[in-house]
Write a protein that binds this ligand. Structure first.
Ligand SMILES: Nc1ncnc2c1ncn2[C@@H]1O[C@H](COP(=O)(O)OP(=O)(O)O)[C@@H](O)[C@H]1O
Ligand SMILES: [Mg+2]
Length: 83
């Protein structure tokens, strides 16, 4: 349902996400674990469209999110709930 392929994203000149691949099937619960500063929040912000991907792609229910704004991504039912 959520497919992440070769995702790259970062801030300014700094690349944080380098080649992230992750699939979440419908009905599945998936946890992303990592040390402080590993990039978990950056991954969620990139899925949400708040941080824009520099490479790779995020697809939800078969649709690429590349051209969508954060509100448009929410309207698909893909919602980031911080904390
Ligand atoms: N707005 C930002 N500008 C520049 N660097 C950032 C920003 N947000 C996070 N970072 C850096 O990105 C890296 C990953 O941070 P983050 O995604 O918050 O990790 P986590 O959520 O796993 O603790 C860290 O090195 C952090 O300092
Ligand atoms: Mg975090």
């Amino acid at each position: 349902m959520l497919e992440i392929k070769a995702l790259e994203a970062g801030y300014g000149e700094t690349l944080i996400l380098r080649g992230i691949n992750l699939n979440v099937a419908e009905g599945a619960l998936v946890a992303v674990l990592g040390a402080n500063g590993a990039g978990k929040t950056t991954l969620n912000m990139t899925i949400s469209g708040v941080v824009r991907p520099r490479g790779g792609e995020v697809r939800f229910a078969g649709q690429s999110l590349a051209a969508l704004s954060p509100p448009e991504i929410v309207s698909l039912g893909l919602i980031h709930v911080p904390e």
